[in-house]
Each structure stands twice: as C-alpha cells, then as structure tokens.
Design a protein. Structure first.
Lengths: 198, 100
C-alpha cells in the first residue's frame, strides 16, 4: 500500500468519525433558542419593572408559542438517543418553570424575589449542566457553572443586586452563549460540507 | 502474514460512507437533513441512497407530514453490519500500512 492509499484510508476513517459526531451532537442547532429565551427574559423583566402584572406569564407563554411555530417549520431532525436525552432535560425544565413559578406566584409564596431568582438560576444551571455533561461540551458546562454561581450570589445581596446578577447571568448564559452556539453551528456545518463532498 | 481484507465497495464511496455514518447515530433521518449534513446535491445524494437501498443497507419510508412529503431513511441491520466490518477492515489495512 502506498502513502497515497494510506492517506485515503485515513481520510475515510476521519470522515466516519466526523459524521458520527455530527449525528450525535444535537444542541448545536439550538443556539437560536438560547438567544430567544434570553431576549424573552429581558422583555419580561423590563415589562414587569414597568408594572406589568402579567408580564412573566404572557411573555413566557408567547415565547413557548413562538418557539413551537418555528420548530414546526423546521426540517425534521433525526431522532437519536442523545437527542431524546437532551430534549428531555429541556422539556422537564420548561414544565418545572411553567408549573412551579405560577404556583408560587398565585399562592403568594414569592415574598422575596431573591428566592425565586435563586431557584430559576439553580434550575437553569442543572439543565445546562446535565446537557453539557451529556454532550461533553465545555462551553455549556461553563454556562451551568455561571448559573450556579448566580444562584448562590443572589441569596446574599439586596433585591436590586439580585436582579442585576440575574440579568448578567442571562446575558452571559443566554445571549452570549446563544450567539456562540450559532457561530459554532455555522462553522461545523461548513466543515461537514467540506469533508463529505464525494 | 495474514491476508489483508477487501473493502466493501458499496460502503467505500465517500458520500455513501458519510450517509451510513450519519444513519448509524440516528434512529431515522430525513433526506433534507442528510443533504444538509453532507453538503451534497439532491441528485447525487438520491443516487447514492438508491445504491445503499439496493444493497439492503438502508430502508426508506415516504410519508406526508402537514401535507408536505417527507422521506425518511433508516439503517438496516445489514447496513450496520456492513459499516462495522468496513471499519474493522479499514483499521486492519491502516495497521498493516504502519507496520510495513
């Protein structure tokens, strides 16, 4: 076997690895959702600061509907075990938020905003952490750590300071992370196209 | 010295190999997703998928979702076996290239 043939075989092996990696990774096409939810949180925070009583439920439900519409128009994605695991985490997070937060608000248990912000940050950290570990994705693991640090920090300051910490965490973990994901998606898509051309 | 294995020519094609590798990780995949991941054209991808189907390595299901046609591909057991054997043969060949 000459060096050229050996190189061709190496390329085939690399192609298999690259394609399998592409098939397994699923969160990379979800960057826009982080950005969307980050913006939604800002809208809800801003609206409630202006006195909107129903700012959070309306914004959250509207964002859910908008996400559903966008997802229904996208191409069918392959169903993998990894996909199901990661999607399961985020659906569980959504159900937790959509049930716990209204229940706390209606029952009047949110006397201290710091408590609810800490819960939201901790739950976000859990979801990002689980997803990041599953996908072996350091960027998402770092995002989880940021949420966890935020959840602890808000317990020790004033309500205003807690809100600032929350907004900073949203900016880093939703907006910046979302944009980074989208850029990574584009890079990876370009790389795969270059690698798989027959 | 042990005899070197032959590479399965159906699996060896670059685009066919890419498709099989993608399908190995998914329960099922749509034509458009495969096209996007491989960056191939409709015609080329369709032709290579046809060859894989003829070899019994992939199965196809056509259906309508929200009145839009959808073509789903799945890897068969024979396809999984062929890819596994191909990778083993590839590694054996590369191993012999390093030793020689």
């Amino acid at each position: 076997m000459d060096a050229m043939e050996a190189q061709e075989l190496q390329d085939r092996l690399a192609l298999i690895e690259q394609m399998m990696k592409a098939g397994r990774r699923s969160t990379e096409s979800w960057g826009w959702t982080f950005l969307l939810w980050g913006l939604a949180y800002y809208v809800a925070i801003g609206w409630s600061a202006l006195g909107g009583t129903y700012a959070w439920p309306v914004t959250m439900v509207a964002t859910c509907v908008l996400m559903g519409v966008i997802l229904s128009r996208r191409d069918h994605k392959p169903n993998t075990t990894m996909n199901r695991a990661v999607i399961g985490i985020w659906i569980a997070l959504g159900v937790t938020m959509m049930t716990l937060m209204p229940a706390l608000a209606i029952s009047g248990r949110i006397a201290d905003a710091r408590g609810s912000i800490a819960v939201v940050c901790a739950v976000m950290g859990m979801a990002n952490g689980a997803s990041g570990i599953l996908l072996k994705w350091r960027l998402q693991q770092a995002s989880a750590v940021t949420w966890w640090v935020a959840s602890m920090t808000v317990c020790f300051g004033s309500e205003t300071q807690a809100l600032v910490v929350f907004m900073v965490a949203i900016f880093i973990c939703q907006i910046v992370f979302g944009i980074a994901c989208m850029m990574a998606e584009k890079r990876e898509a370009r790389g795969m196209k270059d690698g798989a051309h027959a | 010295m042990p005899e070197l294995p032959e590479l399965n020519p159906v699996v060896h094609g670059k685009l066919r190999l890419a498709v099989l590798s993608l399908l190995a990780t998914a329960d099922e995949a749509e034509f458009t997703w495969l096209r996007a991941q491989t960056g191939s054209t409709d015609g080329n991808l369709g032709a290579q998928l046809m060859k894989l189907e003829e070899a019994g390595y992939v199965s196809v299901e056509k259906k309508f979702v929200q009145r839009k046609p959808q073509t789903l591909y799945r890897m068969t057991d024979a396809g999984r076996q062929a890819l596994t054997e191909y990778v083993q043969a590839l590694k054996q060949l590369l191993g012999s290239a390093i030793q020689s």
